[in-house]
Write a protein of this length. Structure first.
Length: 275
């Protein structure tokens, strides 16, 4: 079973997964990075540009998912060096320091809360997230063009590209494409017809939407939606998103979810349970 809650760290989500469900679901690109703990291992999940399918036997996981662009400043590692990877913290930091943190999480009554406490300490030392990066995500998630966004933020496109490589692991056009994918999946999951989904999220047409979904996820849209056509959906499996961060998926049995006014809805099937 998978469950999550908003973190005490602004723009982050604490999550847990127990190994009750043996199915390995793909983690879809969303611009986020995670700090992970499982079986005595402390890892970092970098930003994805394609679907990631967890390997190995089912296991329990605890994680802290960061708002897009915020984790690199806390870790002191550029996101471009972590793109499409899952790496041990000992590969990024001095081994003694990483082992101390791992042992702290292992000894804690609740691993997920220990990860949250560690990240809160990092945030206090780093001075908080860059407001320009958050505004950039908000603009691109609203469907604005990269050039218009750069102009609004008062930064040149080349400088913006360099800044995005450090913060997100890829350029602003890739970030915009990933955010658009998530908006489209949310609409299609809620029952909006594919053609209308494509039009409302900025794709040229339905075939363009289909190509982009397959390229970024490795699966056709219908398969991601559980074989549904998009015109009729009997059960909606989405989670509420506040400021671009998934907060609580409907996949979790018995979990009652609030609706956040003005928030997006994001596809949950395959998102995050098993970073």
């Amino acid at each position: 079973m998978y469950e999550e809650r908003p973190s005490r760290l602004t723009g982050a989500v604490v999550w847990r997964r127990t190994p009750e469900d043996p199915a390995a679901r793909p983690v879809l690109p969303d611009g986020c990075m995670d700090l992970l703990y499982s079986d005595g291992r402390l890892l970092v999940a970098g930003p994805d540009t394609r679907a990631h399918v967890p390997g190995g036997p089912p296991r329990a996981w605890a994680g802290l998912r960061f708002f897009p662009g915020t984790a690199p400043a806390l870790l002191g590692v550029p996101a471009r060096e972590l793109r499409d990877t899952r790496v041990e913290l000992t590969d990024l930091w001095p081994a003694a320091r990483a082992r101390r943190l791992r042992d702290r999480v292992a000894a804690a009554p609740e691993a997920a809360t220990a990860l949250e406490d560690i990240a809160l300490g990092w945030a206090a030392d780093s001075g908080g997230p860059d407001p320009l990066l958050r505004r950039l995500v908000e603009c691109l998630d609203a469907g604005r063009a990269v050039a218009a966004t750069a102009a609004e933020l008062g930064i040149g496109e080349r400088a913006l590209h360099r800044r995005c490589l450090t913060a997100f692991g890829y350029g602003p056009k890739t970030l915009a494409r990933i955010l658009r994918l998530q908006r489209a999946l949310a609409l299609a999951r809620s029952g909006v017809p594919y053609a209308e989904t494509a039009a409302r999220t900025g794709y040229a047409d339905q075939p363009h939407l289909a190509r982009d979904v397959r390229q970024l996820t490795g699966r056709p849209l219908g398969e991601l939606l559980g074989g549904r056509r998009g015109e009729q959906v009997d059960a909606v499996a989405v989670g509420v998103v506040d400021g671009g961060v998934p907060l609580a998926p409907e996949r979790v049995p018995r979990l009652q979810l609030p609706v956040v006014p003005g928030a997006h809805q994001i596809l949950v099937d395959g998102v995050h349970p098993g970073r």
